[in-house]
Design a protein around this ligand. Structure first.
Ligand code: HEC
Ligand code: HEC
Length: 304
């Protein structure tokens, strides 16, 4: 796993509070295709009270949109939470926080386990942010939970709101094609995300997030699944033109992105990509981890 560069203080805090969380159960959400139903409206930032509660919400918001800079001890790549949960976690069909918060704790029949909201966020730190999970009672998890609670104000507990998650986009009958995906990428994505998926930086800060390579999400993240990435892309990309790609284009370009190397799955089993594939990837949606594509074994990691 990538070494986490941080100041002495942040490292000390990190080791004191970082939790070893069992992350075997990052099972994917079952989200229906998008419907025309009206979506939930979270409160406006201007409605925040000027008191201790308002301050916690603001701290959670700040951490959500500037994660790498504000929580370096827990982030091992160049990402911010809001890179994949658009419009500060408010946008429908972009796994909005108001759609998530009322649905936890979530019971999973498959392994007879309950996932708390804290555990769900910890999962995004370990995989999407390629970092370490802050402890459930840490400042980080607390303020992110308070921010989510506030966005979900007046939502119904335990009732899945339309607009939650990334809507399912069924795999096209003919499957997907990586070569076609490369063309979509070059024509519609490279301008912002870079010819080699590297994103764009201003000084040390990414202004366009990377899609693969050492500063991207790792091989355990939900986005590494082609089906999940296709859903995200169809409803959120190209930025400013959501819904403009066909399902086929979304699948093709999702496969192209997810055949590229990224940081290793932190759950790597005995150093073996094959064992890790069997344990964690064989039944995890559609993904290329541990498969040979164009003569190359996918899933070797970026080694940093
Ligand atoms: C690389 C993209 C990416 C980043 C960065 C990311 N997430 Fe996520 N997040 C996802 C995906 C994908 C899912 C849904 C996984 C699925 O469908 O299985 C998800 C799910 C969630 C959920 C549950 C949604 C629901 O409706 O149940 C929450 C809450 C969440 N993320 C919070 C965060 C927080 C907080 C951060 C920053 C610490 C973060 N995410 C960073 C991609 C990302
Ligand atoms: C106009 C610039 C622009 C274009 C064009 C664009 N993106 Fe993005 N993309 C962004 C930005 C900016 C974000 C992060 C959003 C945020 O932080 O609010 C993002 C986020 C993403 C993410 C999730 C974050 C990550 O780094 O993994 C993926 C995946 C993605 N884009 C894929 C694509 C694909 C595929 C295309 C082409 C079909 C595309 N984008 C076109 C600007 C763009």
């Amino acid at each position: 796993m990538k070494a986490i560069v941080c100041t002495a203080l942040a490292c000390a805090l990190g080791s004191a509070h970082a939790a070893q969380v069992a992350m075997e159960d990052q099972s994917q959400l079952k989200v229906p295709p998008a419907s025309q139903a009206p979506v939930f409206m979270p409160p406006a930032q201007s409605e925040l009270p000027d008191n201790a509660f308002g301050k916690m919400v603001r701290d959670g918001y700040a951490l959500f949109v500037d994660t790498q800079r504000l929580a370096p001890a827990y982030v091992g790549n160049g990402m911010k939470c809001s890179n994949c949960h658009l419009d500060q976690g408010r946008m429908a069909h972009s796994a909005p926080l108001w759609g998530a918060y009322p649905m936890y704790p979530a019971y999973r029949k498959k392994n007879d386990k309950v996932n708390t909201y804290a555990e769900r966020i910890q999962g995004c730190f370990q995989f999407s942010m390629n970092g370490k999970a802050p402890a459930a009672d840490s400042h980080e998890i607390s303020v992110l939970s308070v921010y989510s609670y506030w966005l979900a104000s007046k939502a119904q507990i335990g009732v899945e709101p339309p607009g939650r998650g990334y809507p399912d986009v069924a795999q096209p009958a003919g499957g997907y094609d990586i070569a076609r995906g490369k063309q979509v990428y070059q024509q519609q994505c490279a301008l912002c995300h870079g010819a080699d998926g590297e994103g764009q930086k201003v000084a040390d800060d990414y202004v366009m997030p990377p899609l693969w390579g050492k500063d991207s999400y790792n091989w355990g993240a939900g986005m590494h699944r082609i089906n999940t990435a296709a859903s995200f892309i169809k409803y959120n990309m190209p930025l400013g033109k959501p819904g403009s790609l066909s399902d086929q284009q979304a699948w093709d370009v999702a496969a192209y992105i997810n055949k590229h190397e990224r940081p290793q799955d932190p759950r790597l089993v005995e150093g073996s990509v094959e064992k890790t594939r069997l344990k964690f990837h064989a039944n995890d949606g559609v993904n290329l981890y541990g498969q040979t594509v164009e003569g190359v074994l996918v899933g070797q990691g970026t080694g940093k």
